[in-house]
Design a protein around this ligand. Structure first.
Ligand SMILES: NC(=O)c1ccc[n+]([C@@H]2O[C@H](COP(=O)([O-])OP(=O)(O)OC[C@H]3O[C@@H](n4cnc5c(N)ncnc54)[C@H](O)[C@@H]3O)[C@@H](O)[C@H]2O)c1
Length: 380
């Protein structure tokens, strides 16, 4: 016999049934506090197939999903060029919206989404939510506990050959709103903003190695398409709290490399790949004196314990759903995504104009998740 606790999971409609929807459907189906009620797509057959695969009761076009009264949050997994349009439609239908990155193509569109939500008393959330995973949360706790002393600088490197070899429809990843900066930058930049607070200034340079690329998998394999954005970006970022960062985002390199390191007055922290939810998290102190706090022994990394959730993409949706029921701020917020969007737009503008660009938006202070935060628990 089951007991009716009065609990009511938060109803979700997922819009965009493409590559990443499988991960969201898998993860969200495992959380008792939310329930996916509909899958929608421009391609209705694709929406139906995903709904069937994950036992979702409804599938169809966007309007039909937005018309379901029990849907409270729309999870927007469309391509970047459609993010603002779908988010706005969801808000105008009275739904909270949580979207994949980037929040929108331009900061002006992001600002309009946030204003629409504010006017209606609705929430906006955005990927990435990897910064809520065990690896990056443990890093945040280590920095806040002073393990590397005062943060001074950071190094972020995402380089590799680009996603056209494995993504069956990679064109959007090389159009405005894509490229290594807008597609992969949000993981690194969100992690840095979550740790350091807002950036205030950027300078950047950018290049594009090839004007066309060739799709490597799926039904369109062998098709050439145009590269519309820079595919190699170097940026220097200054944060209001002090640290400076050098960042490289490139789809032009034969050599894959992912680095995120934070250096403080007492040592350096090597963070996990910020496109993942787990560790490893490592620390290195200065050799000899000054290493005691960091516990390093000059030249070697030491593993730090990692604790928290590794559930995967969707934990930001769950944090927002719990806030819808229980009140308080959700962490993967529209304001955070808007700042990261402004940061990326400023990097682009700096590279185009050969100028230092100042940023205007701030971010609310971010609370780390409680260490025992349990996505699999029923709490609403
Ligand atoms: N593929 C990945 O590994 C990955 C990882 C993390 C984040 N993302 C992000 O997720 C989003 C989607 O990526 P994807 O790889 O799943 O793309 P995809 O092209 O595989 O799927 C996008 C889907 O959105 C649908 N769509 C487009 N415009 C629409 C609209 N106006 N209304 C309804 N449906 C619409 C398309 O028909 C398609 O089915 C992007 O923002 C991407 O940056 C993707």
């Amino acid at each position: 016999m089951t007991t009716d606790t009065g609990a009511r999971p938060v109803g979700i409609a997922l819009v965009g049934a493409g590559v990443i929807s499988t991960q969201y459907l898998t993860v969200l189906s495992s959380f008792p506090d939310v329930r996916v009620l509909a899958v929608a797509d421009l391609d209705i057959e694709r929406a139906r197939a995903q709904a069937r695969a994950f036992d979702v009761p409804a599938a169809g076009d966007v309007a039909s999903a937005l018309a379901i009264p029990e849907v409270e949050i729309v999870v927007n997994l469309t391509i970047p060029a459609a993010h603002a349009e779908v988010a706005t439609a969801a808000l105008q239908a009275g739904k909270h919206v949580y979207g994949e990155k980037p929040l929108a193509l331009a900061p002006s569109d992001g600002a309009r989404i946030l204003a629409e939500a504010r006017a209606r008393g609705l929430r906006v959330g955005s990927a990435p939510d990897t910064f809520l995973g065990a690896g990056l949360q443990s890093a945040a706790r280590a920095v806040r506990a002073g393990l590397i002393g005062e943060p001074v600088s950071a190094t972020a490197i995402l380089q590799g050959p680009g996603p056209e070899s494995w993504h069956p429809s990679p064109e959007f990843l090389f159009q405005y709103g894509g490229g290594p900066l807008f597609d992969m930058g949000p993981y690194y930049l969100t992690a840095l903003v979550a740790l350091f607070g807002p950036a205030v200034r950027v300078t950047a340079t950018a290049r594009r190695a090839r004007t066309h690329r060739v799709i490597g998998s799926g039904p369109k394999a062998g098709t050439s398409f145009a590269v519309e954005v820079p595919t190699h970006v170097h940026a220097l970022l200054d944060f209001a709290s002090g640290p400076s960062t050098s960042a490289t985002f490139s789809f032009d390199s034969a050599k894959p490399r992912r680095v995120l390191e934070i250096t403080g007055t007492e040592g350096t922290l090597s963070l996990p790949d910020p496109n993942t939810f787990d560790g490893p998290l490592r620390i290195q102190g200065f050799g000899g004196g000054g290493a005691s706090q960091a516990g390093g022994s000059g030249g070697t990394w030491r593993d730090l314990p990692v604790s928290g959730t590794t559930a995967g993409r969707g934990i930001g949706v769950l944090d927002m759903a719990r806030a819808v029921r229980g009140g308080g701020a959700h962490r993967a917020s529209g304001e955070l995504a808007q700042h990261v969007l402004e940061l990326m737009a400023s990097v682009t503008a700096s590279a185009e104009r050969h100028e230092v660009v100042a940023l205007e938006s701030g971010v609310p202070p971010l609370e780390t998740l409680p260490e025992d935060w349990a996505p699999e628990a029923a709490t609403v």
